[in-house]
Design a protein around this ligand. Sequence first.
Ligand code: GCO
Length: 422
Amino acid sequence: MKKDFLMGAATAAHQVEGNNIYSDYWVMEHIKHSDFVEPSGTAVDHYHRYEEDIRLLVQAGLNAYRFSIEWARIEPEEGKFDPEEVEHYRKVLDCCAANGVTPVVTLHHFSSPAWLIGKGGWGKPYVVQAFARYVRYVAQELGSKMPYICTINEANMGGQLNKIVADMMSAGKKEGGVQVGTNTGLDLKAIVLGMFEQGKAFHCGPFGVNTFLKPRKPEKERLIMEAHRAAVKEIKEVCPNAKVGLTLSLFDYQPIGDGREAADRLWQEDFGFYLPYIKEDDFLGVQNYSRKIVDAKGAREPAADAPVTQMGYEDYPASIGHVLRKVAEDFHGDMIVTENGIGTDDDARRCEFIQEAFASVEACIQDGLPVKGYFYWSLLDNFEWQAGYAKTFGLIAVDRSTQKRMPKPSLHVLGTLKKGEK
Ligand code: GCO
């Protein structure tokens, strides 16, 4: 493995830091009929323990760390930036530098400032201007310390949720159809009451709540991509040397029987639609967790005898290599695996998963694909959105009653892969 290959682990601010009180997620977690199984609370207190966490990453032999800067902390009130929060992230970036760790920074990872939702959120054109203003400020303050910037995490997740959540609810499935924690097991009354409570809390009415992951129609996807393009422009003006891209959630769609057309349609929805907006980017963050078998009617549930993860989708590590090869057919820039991992309470299986998944990435590199990094999701067991803390992806376990960190054998396994040891 080349010395400059980025080998690390990933987190997201809302899932690990704690007390993200000015965010839309905090509001949604605390309404009476919330669809979150539990609130994020103090999370795993990464906000105060990032130095220990980065040191554990380095001691394991890793050389890169992907994390997100929280817009709701930087701009808790519209147009008012908080210099103390900028200083916090400056310290995180300086901690990376002091430990020889390359930071890959995400500027939006699902959570937004609560005030944005009241202004139409990700459903109104204003979001492009608001996001660009936030990005420019962060680039001016911290850009010289950020060699790699992901503007938006999983720009296509809202579109994926739009397609799948309805199917999951009609099938009575709480989770499994998408690569993010969901909780679709609520009854209709609770869902409707929750909508009105959110509409009141955000001051935008029950049908005007456009959070980033609110299932959305294709025409709203354009706003996401316009926000990305505006952010790239701001970053390149302020710190032209930063490498900029976004990340996409991508499944390994495997057609069987007459499923080719359906598989191609799904890939076009998840990837092809976004390609024109990212073709000129410095890299694409590829995020993949599993495969889906596709027949003429569409994506199937995992086979009855297929191993599945805590999330309900198939435990299938080879998918990441397949997705990298599929992306490379049409995207000719660098690729970074910005998320790949497994939700399981069996760390021995996680060790095997990592070795199998990384072997498929290495095979892509050996075949000449420009893969420049691999980030395991996640460094720490954390808040899996609506599914809460029961889903454990981490290389490090955390006792949340004491916030004690307990590295798992899988952290060491990932580190040895960086050193080329098997
Ligand atoms: C995502 C998000 C992460 C998830 C991870 C595990 O890809 O959905 O980036 O926040 O926690 O994927 O589901």
